[in-house]
Design a protein. Structure first.
Length: 182
């Protein structure tokens, strides 16, 4: 079952996707945004479209494809809510809170909550003493993701190949995983 909506630049494939898309909070979230570094597309709905294309590009045969689609539909949708709550508010947190109304898949929920944390650790490298924080932060994230690390990395790959983003942060985090596994 697929459904196209006039305001969505993508197709909803499952009944759960359609139920989520009918929620007014989700609808408000996909309309938020403006062109900015990393997101020249502006509105969240156009970023979702790019991530969904990448899921089919990189993960079409993955058994996690439908889970990845749910993550894509939700991951940045609550940036508008985080912005209204203040600088320390995480849109990943708000995405997880919203998703918990519709699903109980711990893998999806933890990826939603933590989807920007690898990037945040990598950003620390730009600070003079950042190296002392970046690698331990990545190690904590890897441990926290545990058995959901593969789902996280599949999503991270799809999300990092959008807009005008560099993939340097993805490559760095992959090296941190490889280093931790040695």
């Amino acid at each position: 079952m697929t459904a196209s909506y006039p305001n969505h630049p993508f197709i909803l494939e499952t009944p759960l996707e359609q139920i989520i898309a009918a929620d007014p909070a989700w609808q408000a979230g996909i309309e938020w945004g403006y062109p900015r570094p990393g997101h020249p597309e502006g509105k969240v709905k156009y970023h979702i479209q790019e991530v969904l294309v990448n899921i089919d590009r990189f993960c079409a045969n993955s058994p996690d494809r439908l889970r990845l689609r749910l993550i894509a539909l939700l991951h940045d949708t609550f940036k508008y809510q985080a912005k209204s709550k203040g600088a320390n508010s995480s849109h990943g947190y708000w995405a997880r809170q919203f998703a918990e109304q519709y699903l109980a898949d711990e893998g999806i929920l933890i990826v939603l909550e933590l989807h920007d944390e690898a990037y945040k650790s990598w950003q620390l490298l730009a600070r003079p003493a950042g190296h002392a924080e970046a690698e331990p932060g990545a190690a904590v994230l890897i441990d926290r993701l545990g058995r959901h690390l593969d789902l996280f990395m599949q999503f991270y790959l799809c999300d990092s190949h959008t807009g005008d983003k560099s993939t340097a942060h993805y490559v760095w985090f992959k090296k941190m995983i490889d280093k931790k596994e040695v």
